[in-house]
Design a protein around this ligand. Sequence first.
Ligand code: FES
Length: 348
Amino acid sequence: MAAAAATASKVNRTTWRDRFRETGWALLPLRLFLGVTFVYAGLYKLYDSNYLSATAPGGVKRQMQLAATSSPIGGLIQHTIEHSSIFGLMIAFGELAVGIGLILGLWTRIAALGGMALAFTFLLTVSWSTRPYFYGPDIIYLLAYTPFVLAGDGGVFSWEAVLRRGARLDLRLPATPIGPESLATRLAIDRRTLLRTGGAAAAVGAAALLIGGIGVVANRSEGEGAAPGAAPAPTPTPGSTGNAAGAPAGATLIGAASAIAVGRSVSFTDPKSGGPALLLQPKAGSFLAYTAVCTHQGCTVSYEGSQFACPCHGATFDATTGNVTGGPARGPLTKINVQVVNGQVYAV
Ligand code: FES
């Protein structure tokens, strides 16, 4: 008898191996990755002083202007560019909400649907021109959300599951169903769970608005502190205005020609746009300069051998012409005219 009971208990015991075969456990690593990534992406935007800037190369407005020329929904984007700040805030707070929902297991299916909608938007705008398609991350994100839309969080580390159990106990039902339940019972549980999850979602949403809002307000007051119409300062070293003897009128000093090795580049601030730029010396005595802002979505390119390369979606540009040689970018890098006077290189 005792042996039979021991055998039955062994058969009924859930092992860790069994557990990891359950949907909720199997999906947990992906769920946490997506959740943390989307929280990070949302906060990164909200705390970036350039994100809502109307002129910054990496700002949402500039990205929308670029997407308007390459996206299949370019016409729609064109009409909404003047409201770029509102769209930028919707995207950033949307990412934050999706990430928090996934991490906490609160309205997981709805959060996953939101994640899919955001990934689809990015696919149509940011990644649309990426070739081959698997170089663009957004199609992967779009598909990665699918299991959570279909299966939810499976009740593992799920705030919603905790609240549902509480609702069941309030109705004097066992914490988990032990058999079929009537429609009326299920509706009563759903109603109570919805009220509780709604309250929890409102509290979490308010906290997210507060945390994200602090970043937006801090950036705004930073912007207001700057002198009206002031252009971003040129790179302190080596840039300065060209008042030295023999300097071209109105030119900006980039640096001493001797400081740039052949085949290397130095970064400086483009005096016209205020954005990052690169000065290179491909051959001895020959200097070229380009803005370092990728014409795809505004990431900063770097000089690698005979080309410029963008780390975001793999665009490459010819280092002697600035023309696109690969990846999703359509337009060339903007050339900056330079002049060497008395061993100093100037942007003219
Ligand atoms: S920003 Fe997309 S390739 Fe450069």
